[in-house]
Ligand binder design. Structure first.
Ligand code: AMP
Ligand code: MN
Ligand code: MN
Ligand code: MN
Length: 276
């Protein structure tokens, strides 16, 4: 079965409306999908409607930014209730923090000789609500200041770069609790994309995620190299986590798969669909 349980739309830092993202997934033969925008469930109703028109199964989703060991970790919540007050309050608070952070990033970029970035973000993404570093990266790319998004993060926006502004995301334990309370299955996103100094930290992260109540792990992710699936599969087995798969689609680029075009989950490992 073709599944894609990690997709972004314009509701966060993706380039396409939820309906268009669902259309891409349908074209690729996906039958079960989830929209997992950063820190918001806002695109889910539109995506659900589009999915029902195509006869696809839709699982409401979110990708929550959390802090663990002072590092931003992403937890996907699958099957999330769209009307959970506490989660929606947290998302509104995060949106407010993102607005303030955007002003500070803009100020720092201006000091580096790159002015008026927020105005350009609003031109490129007129309905933008949850301003992301990815939007600033798009502006730098659009102006020809960097040759790709990776360089934008390395030189300007990444954790060691001059326009980086730390965010007080919810702690991992709190994020997992919020998702569980909202009826979601918490899934650790792209475990090998976090840049810990000590590679053994990832195992510790998985352990703490499980202790907090985490239930799933992305074994296949379009945002990490397929060679890492073996490690993720081993953690899934060690900690009895359900396996998830998603393209982590944001926009059409040669570096990332299209919706539904990530590799299949390995056989013989329980899929997160079993508990959804
Ligand atoms: P934010 O949540 O605003 O801190 O922005 C993080 C987003 O930026 C992620 O969801 C990715 O879409 C994107 N991103 C993070 N790191 C990189 C990177 N090194 N290269 C390209 N995009 C990145
Ligand atoms: Mn993103
Ligand atoms: Mn992510
Ligand atoms: Mn993502």
């Amino acid at each position: 079965m073709a599944i894609d349980l990690h997709l972004h739309s314009k509701a966060s830092d993706g380039d396409y409306a939820p309906e268009a993202v669902v259309g891409f997934a349908h074209k690729a033969g996906v039958t079960v999908l989830s929209l997992t925008d950063h820190d918001t469930v806002k695109g889910n109703r539109e995506a659900a409607l589009a999915a029902s028109q195509f006869g696809m199964r839709f699982i409401p989703g979110i990708e929550l930014s959390c802090l663990w060991a002072n590092t931003c970790i992403h937890v996907v919540g699958l099957g999330v209730a769209l009307d959970n007050e506490e989660l929606n309050r947290t998302c509104s608070e995060i949106a407010r923090i993102r607005e303030n952070r955007a002003l500070e990033i803009e100020r720092r970029l201006a000091n580096l000789g790159i002015p008026e970035t927020i105005a350009e973000i609003r031109t490129l993404y007129p309905e933008v609500k949850n301003i992301s570093r990815a939007h600033f990266a798009r502006v730098l790319l659009h102006r020809g200041i960097v040759k790709n998004e990776q360089v934008a993060f390395d030189k300007y926006l990444g954790t060691k770069a001059p326009a980086y502004v730390a965010v007080p995301w919810p702690e991992l334990k709190e994020g997992v609790r919020l998702l569980l309370e909202a009826g979601a299955v918490p899934v650790l996103a792209h475990p090998l994309r976090y840049s810990f100094k000590n590679p053994l930290m990832t195992g510790e992260l998985v352990r703490d995620f499980v202790t907090a109540g985490g239930k799933g792990i992305e074994v296949v992710s379009g945002s990490q190299h397929p060679i890492y699936s073996t490690d993720c599969e081993a953690w899934a087995k060690e900690f009895c986590l359900y396996a998830s798969a998603g393209s982590d689609f944001h926009r059409i680029t040669p570096e990332r798969p299209m919706p539904g075009c990530e590799p299949e989950l390995p056989r013989g490992i329980p899929s997160v669909l079993e508990i959804l």
